[in-house]
Write a new protein. Structure first.
Lengths: 415, 898
């Protein structure tokens, strides 16, 4: 006799919805799936928020699934209804609207929350993050073509947001606590190139900045400017905080799952409690936490197999025999101002003992390769990113190349 | 309109047909002349590339006085004034002309007539002193006249062909190809190559005698002894047509050069030597071709005379397929000899020290001022310049700062000389740099006159292009100076034909068959007939109907008695080594270059065969000296030093080295082998010994090696070595240095023409690439590395730089994506590289012919056939190996998959 196992997934964001898709592919009739989302509506692609803001994609195009799709695959969905309690003994969860749902296996895909600046004036109207579709909608209402905006944080998301605002005709300043934008992914020279190209697009870059407070209009409710620690005042009606993310681990704490920076899971995404799993931005494997989509998708694929095996086995499923998660450094690609930027590997480690730079002032191209002897450790490219995949592969495989310079010129023996 | 003309390079004297397609831009199509008897349409790689050398870019286009461009009037006035003043103040022997086998006979004749006839000195010598004067002296001593007895056909008819001291596969490729064809048609024909090096010429040899450097005299003395001992003599010929044989016998006995002694002196295998002697003894139709290996020696005349003796003793002279044959290096060395361009000659094969000859010539020229003593021979002449005895020197069409022994002494002598006049067709040579007065001479293709090749064949060089700039024919320049000296009546020439007629007439003056050189039958040619003159072998006396292929057929020689002479050929001291300079340096030509590269240096494809100056060493010596192949080395002795690339070859004997004669200060840092060569010369001929010089070779440590490609010549970073050549519009420079490079400094240095830059910087100077752009066009390409210069595909890169379709990153790679650099250029004619030929061999070609069918390599001039043969040998071995390797790989792969 078939015994159905109840799977509850908390979180219907990028990770949760991808897990659903992977599970659907496996088509396991012994799993009965429920997904619970805190945000209203079906899952959407958070990565496209900036594009939506610029009017490049519609909301429909952002959707990752339709209500019809959930129905067709017999997935129960609770949206706009965050989970407030997990009972591990009864194996139940309770939602905000008091729905109580049984589970045999629980998956935490709670994602992360945007970091906020804890300075005076942060409550003013116009100070916001760009994390959710609701954020984007709110922001959209505030955009005025001739007004000024400040983006706090010169990382990938901050720059994307800045470009969207600039596309709408706003005068945008990016303030950043390091000397150049994307300083985790780019070296100084590439970062300066990027800052230059932003400037050409009308986006000012204000580096090495510390935010002091927000000034408000006379009535105190509306944002007027951002003031920096050095006294610089940047007038603005919008301030977007793009300061990175913090894994959402509150629920995990309530049930005493092991956490560190995020929920600790093994390479099969299993938490410290055998029936509970976690993936995506809320999880931590070894020392790695996740902010990009590629590793999360890999996790979804693996976790789907794990859950499939668990559901199919009567007892003591040996999930350790399944393929497990392997961390692969994910290259960063960014296309801003029509300029391609690429970064792969960790440019800030000391694993390399030689770096080579290519500068083409004629074309405004830049690339830098970091080597440990003849293995590639990291790469940064600005302007011409045509060899990106090849470099990413070299970093991943740690293959020994015959000639470092030939790799630089795209003529390596792998080419 | 098509014109027939003659090649300006070696003494083979090949005919060409020129089709000028754009006379304004000096562009012409050139093909081999099927009707010319020397080549029957064939051309070597140098001849096939002549069209690449006609451009005007490197030409001297205006006269220059002390660095300022002037018109001809001023320049000629100054030459005449300086010449007269020097004679007035310091006497006639304070002036000298130093001329060249590159001059046409007419130019040569006028120069010789002016100085010997009217300036009161015989101080005219020629660069033929450096190559042919030994043969001249031997011919005159033994045969009574400077007569080459045979013709090219004899080389094909011989049953035994001895090639000694000549790498004719490279230096006279067309004759070599004719011999190779003859050998293929008649495989029983035997070829012996005598050379310390295993040269490309040895490829067709049945026997290669790799004798010790400088032991040629012993070898031929031994041969002569063997002929006596084995009584392989033509007693009848000796009795009827020679003198001094008994003395020669005595001397031979005294020398006691039996087989064992000879083998030991020459460090030759006894059996090999015996084979050579046996073949010589047994073969009636024997031709001995000799060239610089014999001539350029302190024993040159002795060696050449011994060769002539061996032929006299066996009666092998003046017969089809049997003669000694001196082959000349320059296009008109023979013409120069005919007009008397050497200091110890007078004119038309007459002697300066012979009063009767002086009378004939004096009467003919209308001068009573003919010098009674010979002038200074080249080495002495430049010594006199150095000593301040010669204070005015006029150098025409030659580059003694590169080609004379102790070249740095020559440089210094000319630097300090009161007045140096240089006539040349190019704007820059090591010698021109020292000239006070520079005169622009007509170049090949613009000149009109005659040359004589190695088989006494007079051919026309015809103008098929207009004169470049203000350039004038050499005869015109000399005539114009003569007129300024008040000699208008004696120098009435309006055209080259006027001079040729006078020269021909003089050769028949009071001759009546007493002198070998008589072309008086051509003295009546009108201008049209001169213009139409077909290749003609001299002698051609009045009433002759054809030229003569062979001389001495009747056993009559041009001595007083009519008999050939056995002369004393006791050699002087042989080369002895100095342990400070333990390697014996030999010098010579390479396949694709000519002399000091003023012309061949303009051809990109000729430059690619061997792009840099080198020294060749035996691999064992290199290992002992700690030298890697292609490493930069210093070749030095107490006279000077050269910086060149080391090349390993077993063609070289251990303890020996070889350097090409071509490179000079216009092309590289320091690669003139002549700076190392002591001014030792043959006591009789005055010809310097270029072939045996003691040197030491040591690695030159460098911090970086680089390749620079630039539109224009630009300042170089601090370096220890550079070598530059042309490829289309680009200058390709190879560089090395011993102090680190810095990109910022390079950019400052090249701020003009570089406006924007692309660069690869590894922060340590281990590897640098730097490209400069000017108005979006690449103008400089530079790459440096630590160990060796970067591996680039030059043809691809130059084409890519030109096309400007690729971005800087692609250009910086130096080669096309997915392509390996295609190796050294082997076939210059069809631009076929080593990799293509190796591919053909790997795909199954097993012969030179099949490689030719597949790749076209070796199918034009054939100069590269020896290299293709070598590749066939090495690549077929490698093929087997690589097949094995790939099998192993395949197995491994299968295992991995399983």
């Amino acid at each position: 006799m078939k015994q159905t196992k109840k799977l509850v997934i908390i979180g219907n964001g990028m990770a949760g919805s991808r897990l659903l898709q992977e599970l659907v592919k496996l088509d396991n009739e012994q799993l009965s799936i429920t997904v619970i989302g805190a945000e209203p509506g079906p899952a959407y692609n958070r990565i496209l928020l900036s594009s939506w803001l610029s009017g490049q994609v519609s909301e429909a195009e952002m959707a990752l699934a339709t209500r019809d799709w959930y129905q067709r695959h017999e997935i129960r969905v609770y949206d706009n209804d965050p989970v407030i309690h997990i009972d591990c003994k009864q194996k139940q969860i309770t939602t905000y609207t008091k729905n109580v749902i049984d589970w045999d296996y629980l998956v935490l895909a709670t994602g992360s929350r945007a970091n906020r600046l804890n300075v005076p004036g942060r409550e003013a109207n116009g100070v916001m993050c760009l994390r959710s579709l609701q954020d984007a909608r709110d922001l959209h209402k505030l955009i005025r073509p001739d007004a000024s905006a400040v983006v706090i944080g010169g990382g990938l998301l901050g720059l994307e947001a800045a470009c969207s605002l600039a596309d709408q005709g706003m005068s945008v300043t990016v303030v950043h606590n390091a000397g150049w934008p994307m300083n985790r992914q780019l070296d100084e020279e590439a970062g300066n190139h990027l800052a230059d190209s932003l400037r050409l697009r009308g986006i000012r870059f204000h580096g090495d900045a510390n935010c002091s407070h927000f000034n408000t209009t006379d009535n105190g409710s509306q944002l007027a400017s951002l003031e920096l620690a050095d006294g610089t005042v940047l007038p603005c009606s919008i301030a977007i905080m793009a300061l990175g993310i913090t894994p959402e681990v509150e629920l995990a704490h309530t049930i005493e799952l092991k956490t560190d920076r995020a929920i600790k899971v093994d390479a099969w995404l299993q938490t410290s409690k055998p029936d509970i799993f976690a993936l995506g931005e809320c999880c931590q494997i070894g020392e790695d936490v996740f902010g990009l989509v590629a590793p999360v998708y890999q996790q979804a694929r693996i976790l789907a197999m794990v859950l499939n095996t668990c559901a199919s086995s009567y007892a003591n499923a040996n999930i350790r025999a399944l393929p497990c998660y392997h961390h692969q450094p994910t290259p960063t690609r960014l296309k801003v101002s029509g300029v391609d930027v690429f970064s792969a590997g960790d440019i800030n480690t000391s694993a390399h003992n030689k770096s080579m730079i290519w500068r083409d002032a004629q074309q405004g191209h830049y690339r830098r390769l970091w080597w440990r002897d003849n293995t590639l450790q990291a790469v940064v490219m600005f302007g011409d990113v045509s060899d990106g995949n090849r470099y990413a592969q070299l970093i991943e495989t740690q293959r020994i190349v015959a000639s470092r310079s030939q790799e630089m010129f795209g003529l390596g023996d792998s080419a | 309109m098509n014109k027939r003309t003659t090649c300006p390079y070696c003494g083979v004297g090949c005919g060409l047909i020129a089709d000028p397609t754009d006379t304004q831009e000096h562009i012409a199509k050139l093909t081999g002349d099927q009707q010319h008897p020397a080549n029957r349409g064939r051309l070597c790689v140098k001849g096939s590339s002549l069209h690449e050398t006609l451009g005007m870019e490197t030409r001297l286009l205006k006269p220059q006085l002390y660095g300022n461009e002037v018109d001809w009037e001023q320049a000629l006035d100054e030459v005449a004034e300086r010449l007269q003043r020097c004679i007035r103040e310091h006497g006639p022997d304070s002036v000298a002309f130093y001329v060249s086998g590159q001059l046409l006979t007419e130019d040569y004749y006028v120069a010789n007539k002016l100085i010997k006839g009217f300036l009161g000195t015989a101080n005219i010598d020629t660069n033929s002193r450096l190559c042919m004067s030994t043969a001249v002296a031997a011919h005159k001593r033994v045969l009574g006249s400077d007569t080459v007895p045979g013709c090219y056909q004899d080389l094909e008819l011989a049953d035994l062909l001895i090639i000694t001291g000549s790498n004719m596969a490279w230096t006279h490729p067309v004759i070599y190809q004719r011999i190779a064809a003859a050998k293929q048609a008649r495989p029983e024909m035997r070829i012996v190559v005598i050379d310390p090096r295993r040269t490309a010429t040895a490829d067709i040899a049945d026997l290669h005698l790799d004798l010790a450097p400088g032991s040629d005299a012993s070898l031929f003395t031994g041969l002569f002894s063997h002929l006596l001992a084995s009584d392989a003599l033509d007693h009848s010929f000796i009795d009827k047509h020679t003198e001094g044989f008994e003395d020669a016998q005595h001397r031979s006995r005294a020398a006691a050069m039996d087989l064992a002694t000879t083998a030991q002196r020459c460090q030759l295998d006894r059996e090999k030597l015996q084979t050579f002697y046996d073949w010589f003894t047994q073969t009636e139709k024997t031709v001995t071709v000799f060239s610089q290996g014999i001539n350029q020696s302190i024993n040159g005349v002795s060696q050449a005379s011994t060769i002539l003796h061996c032929h006299l003793a066996t009666g092998r002279i003046g017969k089809p397929g049997a003669c000694p044959f001196s082959i000349t290096g320059q296009p008109n060395a023979m013409g120069g000899r005919e007009v008397g361009g050497l200091a110890n000659q007078l004119a038309a094969h007459m002697d300066i020290e012979n009063p009767a000859h002086r009378r004939i010539v004096g009467n003919f020229w209308g001068s009573d001022r003919l010098p009674v003593r010979p002038g200074l021979k080249a080495v002495e002449l430049f010594d006199a310049v150095a000593d301040g005895k010669v204070r005015f020197i006029w150098i025409m069409a030659t580059n003694p700062v590169v080609s004379m022994p102790e070249a740095d002494k020559i440089k210094k002598a000319l630097t300090n000389c009161d007045c140096v006049v240089v006539s040349d067709c190019v704007a820059d040579t090591d010698t021109l740099r020292l000239a006070d007065i520079r005169l622009p001479a007509a170049g090949w293709g613009e000149k009109d006159g005659t040359v004589t090749n190695s088989e006494r064949c007079i051919s026309r060089q015809r103008a098929f292009l207009p004169l470049a700039g203000d350039a004038k024919p050499d005869w015109w320049i000399i005539t114009a100076v003569a007129r300024r000296l008040g000699l208008g009546k004696q120098f009435p020439y309006q055209c080259a034909a006027d001079i040729f007629r006078e020269h021909a007439l003089l050769s028949g003056q009071d001759n009546a068959g007493g002198r070998d050189f008589d072309i008086s039958g051509l003295a009546m040619l009108d201008n049209d007939a001169y213009d139409q003159l077909a290749p003609t072998q001299w002698p051609y006396p009045v009433a002759a109907r054809a030229g003569r292929a062979r001389m001495f057929e009747d056993g009559r020689f041009f001595t007083r008695s009519g008999r050939a002479q056995f002369v004393d050929t006791t050699p002087c001291q042989a080369y002895s080594s100095d342990k400070r300079w333990p390697l014996v340096l030999n010098t010579g030509r390479i396949r694709d270059q000519w002399h000091t590269m003023t012309r061949t240096g303009l051809s990109a494809r000729l430059q690619q065969h061997v792009p840099e100056p080198f020294v060749e060493l035996h691999p064992d010596d290199m290992a002992r000296l700690g030298i890697q192949p292609q490493q930069l080395v210093q070749v030095r002795n107490e006279l000077g030093s050269c910086t060149v690339k080391a090349r390993a070859t077993t063609a070289q004997q251990t303890g020996t080295a070889f350097m090409p004669i071509h490179w000079n200060d216009c092309f590289t840092t320091a690669a003139r082998p002549c700076v190392l060569i002591e001014s030792r010369f043959d006591a009789i001929s005055g010809q310097p010994a270029f072939k045996q010089t003691g040197v030491a070779v040591s690695p030159l440590p460098c911090r970086w090696h680089a390749t620079l490609i630039s539109r224009h010549r630009i300042d170089l970073p601090t370096h220890v070595y550079w070598s530059s050549r042309r490829n289309t519009d680009w200058h390709i420079t190879t560089l090395a240095g011993d102090c680190d490079l810095d990109i910022a400094t390079l950019k400052t240095q090249w701020a003009s023409p570089g406006r924007t830059w692309a660069e690869m910087d590894d922060g340590s100077g281990d590897e640098i690439r730097l490209l400069a752009y000017d108005h979006n066009k690449p103008v400089i390409w530079f790459a440096s590395q630590r160990e060796t210069a970067p591996d680039i595909d030059e043809p691809w890169l130059v084409a890519a730089m030109h096309a400007t379709t690729l971005n800087a990153l692609q250009l910086a790679a130096g080669r096309a994506s997915g392509q390996l650099a295609s190796g050294a250029l082997v076939c210059s004619c069809h631009q076929v590289r080593e990799s293509t030929i190796v591919d053909a061999i790997v795909s199954g070609c097993r012969s030179v012919e099949s490689v030719g069918e597949k790749t076209r390599a070796g199918t034009n001039c054939g100069s590269c056939i020896p290299e293709i043969t070598a590749l066939l040998t090495t690549s077929s071995t490698t093929t087997t190996l690589s097949t094995k390797t790939s099998t192993t790989t395949a197995t491994a792969t299968t295992e991995n998959v399983c």
